[in-house]
Design a protein around this ligand. Structure first.
Ligand SMILES: N[C@@H](CCC(=O)N[C@@H](CS)C(=O)NCC(=O)O)C(=O)O
Length: 262
């Protein structure tokens, strides 16, 4: 590894390397004009089948499974090609990340971005997969916020340095593997006494957490990451992962077809 000497003020490197290096810029906002298709369904969802993206499709399929009359059009935002920086997408999510959607059932469109916000919006709108009882709802929020805060250490930290970074940096991999395993152990300990993460009912907190930690427990995120983190040792997490994987809505949410936007 070449020695890095800290400049006084950071400068944008000419080339970052790594899988995502070419896309990163230190500025927000749209980079080019791009219109997105808009269909007739209640919701227009612009997304991709990543751990954050599958939360939204699983949620829609769970609602349908519960008998809710809801429809959505699903479009593919190819983040590797930079679709998230197109003008129409940025108008729905100024943060340029999938998933993002809008609700066109009312007089005015409501935009919803950040996957936990999408889960909560749909749960509240249809009164499903979130308890009405305030204390129980708070426990769901605890875990929903936990997932939002924890996953960047798993994805942006561990996953990045284990899988995407152009070189294997031992310090970075150790630091984030430590935290990833601590998070897995936390979930495993919680799931030792409960069927689902907040108790005996399946909620949006399970959808949010399963989409990252369940998929990791199945070793379906980054090649061999599950082996590296020895996910098999987390028996309660494995039980919960397998149980949720069997849900018809989860299976459908993972298999849905994304329409092309171009
Ligand atoms: N906190 C956000 C994170 C969304 C996110 O990081 N999405 C990734 C894919 S999983 C993305 O769009 N990356 C594209 C990019 O960073 O340019 C959420 O939960 O929705």
């Amino acid at each position: 590894m070449s020695e890095y000497i800290l400049p006084e003020v950071w400068e944008n490197p000419a080339s970052m390397g790594g899988a995502w290096g070419g896309l990163n810029q230190p500025t927000a906002g749209s980079r080019f004009e791009q219109s997105l298709p808009v269909g007739e369904a209640d919701f227009q969802l612009y997304s991709l089948g990543t751990p954050n993206g599958i939360k939204a499709t699983i949620m829609f399929e769970e609602l349908k499974e519960l008998g809710v009359d809801v429809s959505y059009d699903l479009y593919k935002i190819a983040i590797g090609d930079g679709d998230q920086f197109g003008s129409d997408f940025v108008a729905i999510n100024p943060n340029s990340k999938i998933p993002a959607m809008f609700d066109q059932t009312g007089e005015e469109r409501v935009r919803v971005f950040e996957s936990p916000s999408i889960l909560l919006y749909l749960a509240d709108k249809y009164g499903k997969l979130i308890p009405k009882d305030f204390a129980k709802r708070t426990e769901v929020m605890n875990w929903l916020f936990w997932q939002t805060g924890a996953a960047p250490f798993l994805g942006g930290g561990f996953g990045h340095f284990f899988h995407y970074a152009p070189e294997k940096i031992e310090y970075a991999i150790n630091r984030f593997a430590m935290e990833a395993k601590r998070q897995l152990d936390l979930l495993d300990k919680e799931l030792a006494t409960k069927t689902y993460i907040t108790g005996e009912d399946y909620t949006i907190a399970d959808i949010a957490i399963w989409s990252w930690y369940g998929r990791l427990a199945q070793d379906k995120i980054w090649d061999r990451a599950g082996i590296f983190l020895n996910v098999k040792e987390y028996k309660n997490l494995q039980r919960w992962t397998a149980q949720i994987a069997e849900r018809p809505a989860v299976k459908r949410g993972l298999e849905v077809e994304y329409k092309e936007i171009k």
